[in-house]
Write a protein of this length. Structure first.
Lengths: 571, 332
């Protein structure tokens, strides 16, 4: 069985394809969305999903969220004493999704299709693959999120004569992606993609937090964000709630308890829009470039599709609607659309009969090339130039080559430095890897090498250089740069992850409700706080007794009580 | 190429696409990349040929169309665009035409809400923008522009030209303080390299960076000079163009009030500084006087003292030798 996974910045989903339909699998709590959060419990066990997110406010030092933003880097998140790489945290989320899928399907799952933002670079994609491996999943296909969205809308296959040009706008928790897709005769071609892997819903929350900290927060002497102090965790949560509330209401109130008092601030939709303007401005250029690269005019588009929870924001909808003079398609829940698409792709991977008639071609999102030295008209050397080999938005799998020759007399080796990016100079681009090719000594310019780049459908790059005179070959699969784990490292991490104790699935509901009560205890003040504390103690003693029916009863009682005081629950 | 596609030569793009689709479905690009590339090449050249022989206008390449061009050449574009040449008004019938769309719209009022008043608002915003420009209030103009773009009041690809107008104005305004110039550039995201730039305003963009660099350099310099005047000279005064200070400093150097060692140190420190100053000169014109730099250059010619120092040693040795000779003569 192959499953499809949407590994998101904020939430993740898992699904599969059966009976001509994408089916999303609920987690142990019965929710389709599993928050991409990991927390280290007080008993040393790992919590994943909603219970972990609840602990974000109460135990910020033992909890990690939004780690997808650091995929492809070596940044460690500390849960208590232990540092985790983004791949490992993602692997824990994937493992939890995998066990949800196994519980629901009644069979073991070995392979998955995982979605990545179209604008993820090589290192970020490799890290995502590594995360899958760490979770015990074979990941042959990384599907880009906009493509997944189009798949979910069933715009592929279908009526063969229906030729369509689609624009997919995906504003997720942490990334922004734009893709232009062309569908005809059951073929879906990604014509161009662009995006910003540092722009998403979380940035809008950050904007609210920043506005609070410079306004009412500073007046009340609230300490600035310092290593995730508890107050900051609560503030962030309140800001997230306010962001959601402002989608339906004209204003929202943020209340943060500090030194026994509540700092209250009412944020109007207009103010929110004003503080978000710099972020909205950043949405425009990727849209522009995707259209330009695809050679498509706004009026040529037959449909616009929204994906990602942040596309619910009225200001975002208004911006897109005004730019394109129409409203986007969105009858699938924007939170689920990518997950559903991943399930469709998983079905295609299994070569399901119902999907045989559709094919998908993708493009590489960045220009890839090597560093070269050239001579200007006066014969002076210009170093560090970037010479593109595969241009951005080339259809993949792609294979291109270029020939380069020696520049010095008796040069013994040519060093091939592989870069990714759009800058004219290599220093403005990202170094992916480097190697050297030996060449026989001779006059400058006599020896040349042929550098071939091969980019496969999941966005992994292989570089091969061959010396024309000696037929010597040197090749690397771009791996082992700073942010990417090597094969041995993955093995090592796999062992250490196996040793981690994860809370058993059947306890997930208890953990979620406890974490929620703890969070509410920190959030509230006075009588309500004592009340919540009392309820929690009562429930914990029931859990100690270990009587399943008693626990279940107590849990539903506690959940009801919490619902009564906490109406702002969200997924 | 027609062989690969498996059809007879044709100029009909639909037939080409159909043939390509049929072939593509029969192969797996992951497993047979070579075959896929061959097919893709054939498909692309067939399409290019079809396009060429149809003489249909190629979609305008590097220019993203703006609202104004909407009504214009819609030659090979089936989607009728009735919204007219102003292109700013909503064509609500478009929503009704598309069954999926109308099902998706939560309530028809939302469309009206989102698109309503767009034209009036955009007119007002542009008015405020022009007003700020004519009052030379660059920061306000930038604010208006950002706000209009964020609210979708400007057609795609239009804000860069407007931003260029603001930056041009700000560049020409020599009275603008360094901090406010930087702030305006920041507001418009013109303060750093932009991978999205269309290249239309690259020259201006580079000038903006050069000026920001110059301002940063000058700020750092003033900071440095204010707490540690090297060689006892008041650099702040020099660079501020205070002639008295320059004369004093230069005189001190020439008259040897500063030791040779000190002068050498000062030169070492000042030389790259002067090069930089010259480089940034166009942007700091009213703050660093070019004459000052010239004066400094002239005065920094190494004083011919080292030689004389060396000859003193020779004279000393000569005297010592003489004394030794005299002593020997006395003995004899």
């Amino acid at each position: 069985m192959i499953i499809g996974i949407d590994l998101g910045t904020t939430n993740s989903l898992v699904g599969y394809w059966r009976n001509d339909e994408a089916i999303l699998i609920p987690n142990a709590l019965g929710h389709l969305l599993t928050p991409s959060c990991v927390s280290l419990g007080d008993d040393g066990q790992i919590l994943v999903g909603l219970p972990a997110r609840e602990r974000l406010a109460s135990h910020p030092h033992r909890t990690a969220a939004a780690f997808k933003r650091y995929m492809g880097t070596e940044r460690l998140h500390f849960l208590g004493e232990k540092g985790f790489r983004p791949e490992e945290l993602s692997a824990l989320v994937l493992r939890s999704l995998k066990s949800d899928a196994e519980a629901s399907l009644g069979q073991t799952v070995h392979e998955a299709v995982i979605t990545v933002p179209a604008y993820f670079n090589d290192a970020q994609r490799k890290a995502t693959k590594a995360a899958g491996e760490l979770a015990g999943l074979k990941v042959d296909i990384l599907l880009t999120e906009p493509t997944a969205a189009a798949l979910a809308y069933g715009l592929i296959g279908g009526d063969a004569s229906d030729e369509q040009t689609l624009l997919v706008v995906d504003l997720g928790g942490g990334t922004f992606d734009v893709s232009v897709l062309h569908c005809f005769e059951g073929v879906t071609e990604v014509r161009a993609t662009a995006g910003d892997s540092w722009l998403g819903g979380e940035d809008f929350v950050d904007a609210i937090v920043a506005a609070f900290m410079t306004g009412p927060g500073r007046d009340a002497g609230l300490p600035m964000a310092k290593s995730g102090a508890s107050v900051q965790g609560l503030l962030r949560r309140q800001a997230e709630l306010a962001k959601r509330e402002l989608s339906d209401h004209e204003s929202a109130t943020i209340e943060v308890p500090y030194k026994g008092k509540a700092i209250s601030w009412t944020l109007s939709r207009d103010t929110f829009e004003q503080i978000s303007e710099p972020l909205l401005l950043r949405l425009r250029s990727p849209i522009e470039r995707a259209l330009r690269d695809a050679r498509v005019r706004p009026t040529d588009l037959t449909r616009i599709i929204f994906a990602g929870g942040a596309t619910r924001m009225p200001m975002f909808r208004r911006l897109i609607a005004r730019l394109f003079q129409r409203l986007p398609v969105q009858h699938i829940n924007p939170d689920e659309v990518v997950g559903r698409g991943a399930a469709v792709r998983a079905g295609m991977r299994m070569r399901d009969e119902g999907l045989k008639e559709s094919v998908l071609t993708d493009v590489c999102p960045f220009t890839l090339g090597i560093e070269t030295t050239d001579q200007d008209v006066r014969g002076r050397r210009v170093h560090g130039l970037f010479s593109p080999i595969i241009e951005r938005n080339t259809i993949i799998p792609a294979s291109r080559s270029k020939t380069f020759s020696t520049i010095d007399e008796n040069q013994r080796a040519i060093s091939v430095r592989v870069f990714q990016g759009e800058g004219r100079l290599s220093k403005d681009n990202i170094l992916l890897g480097a190697f050297k090719v030996r060449v026989p000594p001779g006059p400058a310019g006599k020896e040349s090498i042929d550098v071939r780049f091969t980019y496969d459908t999941s966005g992994l790059l292989e570089v091969e250089a061959s010396v024309l005179s000696t037929k010597m070959r040197e090749r690397i699969v771009i791996e082992g740069n700073a942010g990417v784990l090597s094969r041995e490292q993955i093995k090592e991490r796999l062992d250490s992850l196996a040793k981690l104790k994860v809370h058993p699935r059947n306890q997930a509901e208890n953990m979620a409700v406890i974490a929620r009560a703890e969070r509410l205890y920190e959030e509230r003040l006075g009588v309500q706080r004592d009340q919540i504390g009392g309820w929690l103690t009562e429930f914990l003693s029931r859990v100690e007794d270990q009587d399943p029916t008693e626990i279940e009863h107590a849990r539903s009682v506690l959940a009801e009580r919490l619902d009564a005081v906490d109406d702002k629950f969200f997924l | 190429m027609w062989q690969v596609l498996g059809i007879a030569a044709t100029d009909d793009p639909v037939a080409i696409r159909r043939a390509y689709a049929a072939r593509l479905k029969a192969l797996d690009p992951d497993r047979d990349p070579e075959e896929f590339w061959a097919l893709r090449r054939a498909y692309e050249s067939a399409l290019a040929r079809a396009r060429h022989s149809a003489r249909s206008p190629v979609p305008p390449p590097p220019q993203v169309p703006d609202a104004e061009s909407n009504g214009g050449n819609a030659a090979e574009n089936e989607s009728e665009n009735a919204s007219g040449s102003d292109g700013n008004l909503v064509n609500t019938s478009e929503l009704e035409r598309d069954p999926v769309d109308s099902a998706a719209v939560r309530a028809p009022t939302e469309t009206d809400m989102l698109l309503a008043n767009a034209q009036a608002e955009s007119g007002a915003a542009l008015g405020r923008f022009r007003g700020a420009l004519s009052e030379r209030d660059w920061s306000a103009a930038a604010r208006e522009l950002v706000s209009a773009s964020a609210r979708g009041l400007l057609p795609l690809a239009n804000e860069e030209a407007h931003a260029a107008e603001v930056m041009k104005g700000a560049m020409a305004d020599r009275d603008l303080s360094a901090a406010s110039f930087r702030a305006v550039a920041q507001q418009l995201h013109w303060d750093g390299p932009l991978t999205w730039s269309r290249g239309a305003h690259d020259k201006l963009r580079q000038q903006v960076w050069a000026r920001i660099d110059a301002e940063n350099w000058y700020t750092a310099l003033l900071e440095q000079a204010s707490y540690r005047p090297p060689g006892g000279l008041n650099l702040h005064g020099w660079l501020g163009g205070d002639p008295k200070q320059i004369e004093r400093g230069a005189a001190m150097m020439v008259l040897g009030y500063t030791s040779a060692n000190n002068a050498r140190r000062l030169k070492k420190w000042l030389d790259p500084l002067l090069v930089q100053a010259e480089q940034h000169q166009p942007w700091l014109g009213n703050r660093i006087d070019p004459c000052v730099i010239e004066t400094l250059r002239d005065r920094l010619i190494p004083p011919p003292k080292a030689k004389s120092g060396a000859s003193w040693i020779w004279i000393f040795i000569a005297i010592a030798l003489l004394q030794v000779l005299l002593a020997l003569a006395n003995k004899n």
